[in-house]
Design a protein around this ligand. Structure first.
Ligand code: ARG
Length: 502
């Protein structure tokens, strides 16, 4: 009898799913011509090249064109500055190696979410998705579109900063365009990503080539006494790392879309192994190039390092740099938007966010509600005046989650021995990542304790106030309240729950 009841419930659910699909599509269920041809799930369409472009294209944003100043300021001299850039690259590579093991062992989308779920259970995974969906993803999307807007408007305001209304409007336009592209076609979003990645690699190649020519011409003065004035305080080296690591951030992007990756067991580790060393090499060489035309003092005084380089080396074609920085930031924002949508989608699917976030467009096969939600939050953050401070405080949370994911890897070596691991990294790498993350989380708090860090922790834990009633108890009134809202949104956006294999 129990089995029958289950079956009835199952078929009932399937029937209502079908009705939902048909209402949303506004067609007769018997009309075969208009039935969707593919199952309504996110398609497995991302190949190796697009995977590499997603990693490279998100990592290279505005950081390498701006952060060199911060790294140099806190490291004190050219030698340590280049060492910090290299060390950041090694760190990103080690982190990504851990993620290669995690991603090939648990081939689910959503970045750290499924790993934390498997290793530590739903509460930690929920707190991760709560913080990342509500703050980390949309705020980094907002900050990249803001730097896009700053570079795009700068040529029209020579000698003065563009008025905030202009940059904000441009950033808003950027968010709207990127979200629309991602909603309308996953394939188009991938093309945009690939094209803009090619563009940013092109400009980096130009800068590096110019640097090599200048080095060959003997412009090596800045490199003499490379370690003079090197800072020795742990606090300022930490700050130098923060600046460098922002430029490298994005190394875990492919793990957000594992389910859409073709042959993830091969392509995920391969994309990581190609993408991250390539970016690290580019970053170090670009820095060397900067130092061929600027002394340390000049670099520190320059408002935008890459622009100064362009003005000195490429004049009268110096406009090429801001133009390509615009392309670079646009591509990075597109990558961020692409992956952010997948996290909201996965946590909606697991019932950790409202269900509508896990629905998929019937016609476009994109996680439209999740993308729109992320875009909406990014828009709100973008209007904020001091987004930079928000990011600073929450980058601690980001590193706490990277650290937790490495600990998850170690924990699962013991608790989930049976899982197949196509990639198995030495466990010391995960241990090292966990230690470094601990340092990066604790050092600034101990160095300069501020109330804002406490707010950040309070915000993360406040997620539990929603978890208990809505996720754990699944209160009936909340579901009744959500049902009509979900139905209306479903009809409006033409989205349906993803089909499951059964
Ligand atoms: N590394 C990029 C830059 O230099 C920023 C990446 C932001 N992170 C992210 N997960 N979207 O601009």
């Amino acid at each position: 009898a129990l089995a029958n009841t289950r079956m009835d419930k199952g078929s009932c659910k399937r029937r209502s799913d079908l009705q939902n699909r048909c209402t949303a599509q506004s067609l007769d269920p018997h009309d075969k011509d208009k039935q969707p041809l593919k199952a309504t799930v996110l398609q497995k369409d991302v190949g190796l090249l697009s995977g590499i472009c997603l990693i490279i294209g998100t990592m290279i944003g505005s950081g390498i064109f701006i952060s060199p100043k911060g790294v140099l300021l806190y490291s004190g001299a050219v030698g340590p500055c280049l060492l910090v850039w290299t060390a950041c690259g090694v760190l990103a590579a080690l982190g990504a190696l851990c993620y290669a093991e995690l991603g090939t062992m648990i081939t689910k989308s959503g970045g750290e979410y499924p790993y934390l779920m498997e290793a530590f259970g739903p509460i930690v995974a929920y707190l991760y998705s709560w913080t990342t969906v509500m703050v980390l993803k949309p705020s980094s999307f907002a900050i990249i579109t803001l730097s896009f807007a700053e570079y795009a408007s700068a040529p029209f305001y020579p000698g003065c900063p563009p008025p905030p209304i202009v940059t904000k409007s441009l950033a808003a336009a950027g968010i709207i365009i990127i979200v629309s592209v991602n909603c309308l076609s996953v394939r188009l979003a991938r093309y945009v990503q690939n094209i803009f990645t090619a563009a940013k690699l092109f400009i980096i190649l130009i800068i590096v080539a110019a640097g090599i020519v200048l080095l060959a011409q003997g412009k090596t003065e800045t490199f003499s006494n490379a370690f003079e004035g090197a800072s020795s305080s742990a606090g300022s080296i930490g700050l130098a790392f923060y600046n460098g690591l922002w430029a490298y951030d994005g190394w875990n992007q492919l793990n957000f879309i594992t389910e859409e990756l073709r042959d993830p067991h091969r392509n995920l580790p391969l994309a990581i192994l190609i993408g991250i060393p390539l970016v690290s090499l580019c970053y170090v060489l670009v820095n060397v190039a900067y130092f061929t035309v600027m002394t340390t003092t000049e670099l520190l005084l320059s408002p935008a390092v890459a622009m100064t380089f362009g003005n000195r080396v490429f004049y009268p074609m110096s406009w090429i740099i801001p133009l390509f920085v615009v392309f670079s930031t646009f591509g990075s924002a597109n990558g961020s938007c692409f992956t952010a949508g997948r996290l909201a989608y996965v946590s909606g699917r697991e019932g950790h966010m409202v269900k509508i976030l896990s629905y998929i467009s019937l016609k476009r096969y994109s996680p439209m509600p999740a993308l729109l939600f992320n875009g909406f939050l990014a828009f709100c953050y973008m209007l904020q005046a001091d987004l930079g401070t928000l990011i600073n405080y929450f980058s601690l949370a980001q590193w706490a989650f990277y650290g937790l994911a490495s600990v998850a890897l170690i924990v699962m070596r013991f608790t989930r021995k049976e899982l197949h691991r196509p990639v198995k990294v030495p466990i010391v790498i995960a241990g090292l990542m966990a230690l470094v993350s601990c340092y990066l989380v604790l050092a600034p708090v101990i160095d300069k304790p501020e109330l804002e860090y406490l707010y950040c922790v309070v915000f993360i834990l406040s997620g539990l106030l929603l978890y208990y009633p809505f996720v754990h108890l699944k209160l009936k009134w909340a579901r009744n309240l959500m049902r009509p809202i979900t139905t209306h949104l479903q009809l409006l956006l033409e989205v349906v729950p993803p089909e499951t294999s059964d």
